[in-house]
Design a protein. Structure first.
Length: 714
């Protein structure tokens, strides 16, 4: 029994819960002991390996909304703390971006975090995290480590006692200091209120949810709204021109980092205002004033919306992250980085490199007028002293705001210029394994402030995860194609009186591999043709298809008649003990006597086009699918095959479409065969599989097609 299962046995009845706020008291005590400003307690869910947030303190729960429920396998500090049964320390935003990009991309702010498991010797109950401002020293002190660990150990013992007594520990209300709704309650004295009212600049107070709890008259004048319209609302919700994620981002940054933050915003039509946010553990004080210098500069310089790049906002980054999850192959990732990430961060060119066999190889690049300028990056040994290899080996991104900065550390780069003036080298590390390096290049010198470096580092983590998936997808794709090519005929044999052509298209969804098969086997002056469909679109179906095709060929070679070939193949499939079935159509062709003998096992009927152009569906006797009944029989049907006749054998993927009746599809196929004329067989095969979007991305099933045309006797 696993830890989480052992921790969460459901009681037979529901005793009274623990009578005091155990979790809240523990959390507030921990925050006070180590001078942290926020934190949360997680408990393991009943009967599933999931951590659920039970109480949060110091910040609105919305800040941690993506992680209210966390799987134990998730790359999140609290989950890792439980998995490894040890304290996890993250010293700041750069380390967070490198180790936990999913968190850093949503919260790219300077703060430190510690996550601790709540466990006894045998049982895990949950986890706790606490955070400090970004000014916290880079290392957790011994005193802090001991106090945090001891508090979690005490909590684990209390939870163990509650479990033994079968007393549930329910979630508790979050701990946020309530804000007063009146001016007197906020400021305390009437004289203080009058003093603030006389100030020439705006002052307002926000609670931890960002709601205005006080605003002086100057705030109302500067924002253009009466105080009554502001109280109880969030600034970005009540003031239309502040409704931009970048401004809400500054509020979140101030609360989480406990650092003073600021921004300027344009109040239409042309007045810029400066906002300075002073945080505490109970809320924010905001100072608002006219930004005259910015207004003057803007009148003489670029106007908003003139294309000047700005750092991506949280919403933009989350959109990019969502897009990256949809990238399938490596080139999809390269294209997405080029189309969305590079423009968003103001980059003009990029190179994506992968680490393989001790070297960096170029997977793709965009933005360079001369593609040869990136050739020097391909095949560079990981031991070479280059910015790309160093970033990958150390796991730390490198930023060069000018060519002089780059050449100061890497003089060799001056011998292979790429025409760019600034670079960001982002290590692509996924699942603790180096995947490659993403190089973003800028046409002009480009300073990289701390917040931009944090966002770029987070994006590097997301690109790394997408690239890891894409490399695996491409490897599986190549394996699938190689397996499929090995199991299907490389070419059809040349027969004296029969022309043949074949096509195979895998389903558009899945691994591009399936169980459809065909074959053409010369046999004692005659020929045998077979087409079939093993259920499924995976390696198992493909492997079974290969066995069936080999068996049919063997039974044909020893001279078995069609009904015996089908019976022998059916018995083989049952003896293999697999739970898959197969349809099959087998033909023994005798061009000299102008006849074909056919046996069918649940397969769609073939079509015959006579020399006069008439097409009919052949009504053949047959038996059940292969692999169902060991005693099944497969009677045969003899069909005349005059010179010029065309037999069309196919699998159901050619005629089945969502929402289309199978009889209508079969009639449409017959009509096309009648109208298409005497094309060469290869052209006819291409036309049939290409009709109606069969080659499109929406193909839901494999398609196999085998065309056989009887020639006049030599």
């Amino acid at each position: 029994m696993s830890d989480w299962q052992g921790a969460k046995q459901a009681p037979a009845s529901r005793p009274a819960p623990v009578g005091r706020p155990l979790l809240s008291l523990t959390l507030t005590s921990m925050l006070d002991d180590v001078h942290a400003h926020s934190g949360a307690v997680y408990l393991l869910a009943d009967h599933e390996p999931v951590l659920e947030m039970a109480v949060m303190a110091g910040l609105p729960r919305a800040f941690a909304a993506p992680w209210e429920r966390v799987g134990l396998s998730a790359p999140i500090p609290v989950a890792e703390a439980v998995r490894n049964r040890r304290l996890i320390w993250v010293s700041g935003e750069e380390e967070m971006a490198r180790r936990y990009p999913r968190i850093a991309v949503v919260l790219p702010y300077p703060f430190a975090l510690a996550a601790m498991p709540v466990v006894t010797e045998h049982t895990a109950y949950g986890a706790v995290f606490v955070t400090w401002p970004g000014s916290h020293p880079p290392d957790l002190s011994d005193r802090e480590r001991v106090q945090l660990t001891a508090a979690c150990d005490r909590l684990a013992l209390r939870l163990e006692r509650a479990a033994e007594e079968r007393r549930p520990v329910p979630p508790e209300p979050d701990l946020l200091t309530p804000s007063a709704g009146t001016t007197a309650g906020t400021l305390g004295t009437l004289e203080a209120t009058r003093m603030v009212a006389r100030l020439p600049y705006g002052l307002c107070a926000l609670d931890l949810h960002g709601r205005v709890s006080y605003a002086n008259p100057a705030t109302a004048e500067l924002l253009g709204l009466p105080v009554g319209r502001l109280l109880g609302t969030q600034l970005w919700a009540s003031v239309p021109w502040l409704n931009d994620p970048v401004y809400e981002d500054r509020y979140r940054a101030a609360l989480l980092s406990q650092h003073v933050t600021s921004f300027v915003a344009l109040r239409p039509p042309g007045e810029w205002l400066s906002f300075r946010l002073y945080p505490s553990t109970t809320g924010l004080s905001v100072r608002i004033s006219r930004a005259r210098a910015v207004s003057e500069m803007t009148r003489a310089g670029p106007q908003p919306g003139d294309g000047t790049p700005r750092l991506v906002t949280i919403s933009h980054v989350l959109s990019l992250a969502s897009a990256l999850t949809q990238a399938a192959g490596v080139q999809d990732v390269v294209q997405l980085v080029a189309d969305e990430i590079a423009p968003a961060v103001g980059s003009q060119a990029l190179v994506v490199l992968a680490a393989r066999a001790g070297r960096l190889h170029v997977l793709g690049h965009r933005g360079y007028p001369d593609p040869q300028v990136v050739d020097h990056l391909d095949g560079v040994p990981l031991t070479a002293p280059t910015p790309g290899t160093q970033a990958l080996k150390t796991g730390a991104p490198a930023f060069f705001g000018s060519r002089a900065q780059l050449e100061r550390l890497y003089p060799a780069r001056s011998r292979s210029p790429d025409g760019m003036a600034a670079w960001a080298y982002l290590p692509l590390v996924a699942s603790g394994r180096p995947v490659g390096t993403c190089v973003l290049a800028y046409a002009q010198p480009h300073p990289f402030p701390a917040d931009e470096r944090a966002v770029l580092t987070s994006l590097g983590g997301l690109v790394a995860q997408a690239l890891e998936r894409a490399l695996l997808y491409d490897a599986k794709h190549q394996l699938a194609h190689g397996l499929q090519e090995a199991l299907l005929p490389h070419s059809l044999p040349v027969l004296p009186s029969i022309d043949a052509a074949a096509r195979y298209l895998p389903a558009a969804r899945g691994m591009d591999i399936g169980g459809d098969f065909y074959d053409l086997v010369p046999s004692q002056g005659r020929a045998a043709a077979v087409i079939g469909d093993v259920q499924g679109h995976n390696v198992t179906a493909a492997g079974l298809m290969g066995q069936i095709r080999t068996a049919v060929r063997a039974y044909t070679t020893v001279g078995q008649p069609p009904e015996e070939v089908m019976r022998s193949t059916n018995r083989l499939l049952i003896d293999l003990g697999v739970d898959l079935f197969a349809s099959c159509l087998y033909l023994s062709l005798d061009p000299a006597h102008e006849v074909a003998v056919m046996a069918r096992a649940g397969h769609p009927p073939p079509l015959l086009r006579r020399p006069d152009g008439n097409v009919r569906v052949l009504d053949l006797a047959g038996g059940p699918l292969l692999g169902i009944d060991a005693d099944a029989r497969y009677p045969t049907t003899e069909v005349p095959l005059a010179p010029g006749s065309l037999l069309t054998l196919y699998t159901d993927g050619l005629i089945e479409s969502p929402g289309v009746d199978i009889e209508d599809s079969l009639a449409d196929l017959g009509r096309r065969l009648g109208e298409i004329g005497d094309l060469p067989l290869d052209a006819l095969a291409d036309s049939l599989v290409g009709h109606g979007g069969t080659e499109s991305r929406e193909r839901l099933d494999d398609v196999a097609l085998l065309l056989l045309r009887a020639r006049a006797h030599d």
